[in-house]
Design a protein around this ligand. Structure first.
Ligand code: CMP
Length: 152
């Protein structure tokens, strides 16, 4: 049975996800290209700002990875220069933005994805995106106060 378009719309959830343009991509002057790819895909930027993380803030953001061997290096990388944090919004935004980013390791990322285009290696991989609804809520709250977000 085929779904009518309004039924399809109802089945897809409007979501928000947290996107980051990482220090390597900011240094490489890729901010415009990343924002353009996001908007070109039909997703909306609901909030955006440039910040530089302290080491402690970088540790707090990546706390779930604290036991991984790359944690110290990741924390140092993410706090070495400015980043752009964005709230990205749209139907099924979490999965769609992850598809746009491509695989964590650029060597495994599909042609045309942000990481294939801009990432240097598995750590300096240009962009970040939340991996699920609970993570998105935590990560958006990590960077944005409620007053900085458009009201639903
Ligand atoms: P991100 O999607 O932000 O989530 C965790 C980050 O850790 C990841 O992107 C990479 O920047 C980094 N990372 C993941 N796996 C590795 C690895 N094997 N070696 C180094 N860094 C990694």
């Amino acid at each position: 049975m085929s779904l009518k378009s309004e039924e399809i719309n109802r089945a897809m959830a409007v979501e928000r996800t947290l996107g980051i343009i990482k220090p390597d991509a900011v240094e490489g002057q890729r901010i415009g290209a990343v924002v353009s790819a996001i908007e070109g895909s039909g997703l909306r930027i609901a909030a955006l700002k440039m910040v530089q993380l302290t080491r402690a803030q970088s540790e707090g953001f990546y706390y779930v990875h604290r036991d991984r061997p790359f944690f110290g290096s990741l924390v140092a990388f993410m706090s070495r220069g400015p980043i752009v944090v964005m709230v990205i919004e749209g139907d099924d935004a979490i999965a769609r933005y992850r598809t746009l980013m491509g695989a964590t390791d650029p060597a495994k990322a599909s042609e045309g994805t942000l990481r294939k285009r801009f990432a240097k290696n598995i750590e300096e991989n240009a962009v970040h995106g939340s991996d699920g609804p609970d993570t998105a809520r935590f990560e958006i709250g990590y960077f944005f106060a409620g007053s900085e977000l458009p009201q639903d």
